[in-house]
Design a protein around this ligand. Sequence first.
Ligand code: BES
Ligand code: MN
Ligand code: ZN
Length: 513
Amino acid sequence: MNFELKALNLSGAAAAKCDLLVLLVPESFKPEQDPLSALVQSASKHGDWSQAADKSLQLYQAAGVQARRVLLLGIGAASVRDIRNAMQSAAACLKADGVKHALVYLAAVEDAAQAVRTSVQCIADTSYVYTLTKSKVTKPALNKVTLGVQNKAAVNAEFEQAVAVALGQSLAKEWGNRPANHATPTMLAQAAKDLAKHAAIQCKVHGPKDVEKLGMGAFMAVAKGSKEPLQLIELSYSGAAKSEPPVVLVGKGITFDTGGISLKPAAAMDEMKFDMCGAASVLGVFRALAELKPAINVVGLIPACENMPDGGAVKPGDVVTSMSGQTIEILNTDAEGRLVLCDALTYAERFKPAAVVDIATLTGACVIALGGVRSGMYANRDDLAQALQLAGDKSDDLCWRMPLDDDYAEGLKSHFADMGNVAGRAGGSITAAKFLQRFVGNMPWAHLDIAGTAWKEGAAKGATGRPVPLLVQYLVDAVQSAPAKAKKPAAVTKAKTASAPKRKASAKPVVQG
Ligand code: BES
Ligand code: MN
Ligand code: ZN
């Protein structure tokens, strides 16, 4: 999809050449002297439509309007939800046969930046089509979307970020959706290598022999039952000085999770092809970084393998030694995500990261706890938790902080190893996080359990590309908060002199401390 941002007033929107004009009209909209305002007034007067949320009206060859088709969409108070709902109801019109170029005009929306972001995200979402393994596909004609706003300069940065996020999110969706025989660990590694064609991105792939040398006994145990060789994918994006500590993203890359010897039931097992959505989100973030080029260093780590039952597979009760030296009794081979992640987290320490964030479709328990609205978020630092929460709020890719009390780790005790890989059924998402925490030492660390948010079931079955928007927002915000951090001693001095109004006004509300 080609997105374009254009400064237009209402008369300009009416005169614009396109196949479809989508007019988003909030309750606060005041009509002016132009053909679109006349339409809005006339439709409201006759009771055929209103500016309330969820009201829509389609028109053909409207007087004074260049576009053949016009879609009036009421968006009420213009909240993110209002705009999202409106754009979803526009999906069918956007995908109609004759529509190649659409103009989405945001009429006097107060928070235009947010409206732009939501619109780009929704349009990218509805125009994504999975094609790889279909012999016949009909793609919508739509290939260009112009977003019309009154003040382009005010929303340009937001627009560019939204377009970059859309690219990354659709890459994440694509890899999430690919069947496991079309998304093997080796293929994921190739996708990462392809990303390294972009400037500032590099990729190294460690195969089975390298991983054995590294001593990743937990990761290797998961891969033992599979014919597909495991891959440890290492991406790096260098946008800042080498001395700048990176943010490390670790994505769970189980390309298929049968459960292993602790086999899963057959029902919906196909969905376990989505068990690499954490990995896919890391690829998506790097795609967005390639576009946005923020001044930050980022490392992406993806432990990728299949979890299969086999004569050579790891067995319940087997004890393995992780890269950290800690031993693990694998009581349930279906709790494999934490086994591949724990070694990747140990590997992350060598980068002396500013923060490590792992992203994983880790537990069914998280789906029960939070459903598909918010990802579960854990953090061993309050400022990191706040930054992630805020990034989720800003990007409409929500998360919710979960607890890490040490008492939750009780159930991980083992008779035969330093720990077991599972605790009881209670608090399953939390006990999984407690397991991971044993491998992060003193690093600032957060864990996103995306089991509920990474894909949708039922009629809309497919990967969502979450949490690419949240992660990109977090990284962009981290750039802005970095100088504030570096200047910390100066800030203290300033506080002493008690006259720093300028600094206060410019302080970014991103990370406290
Ligand atoms: N990939 C699954 C988690 C999952 C399950 C995600 C259902 C989405 C929907 C993970 O590897 C797993 O199997 N977890 C087990 C852990 C249990 C054995 C402690 C689970 O959640 O049942
Ligand atoms: Mn599993
Ligand atoms: Zn899994």
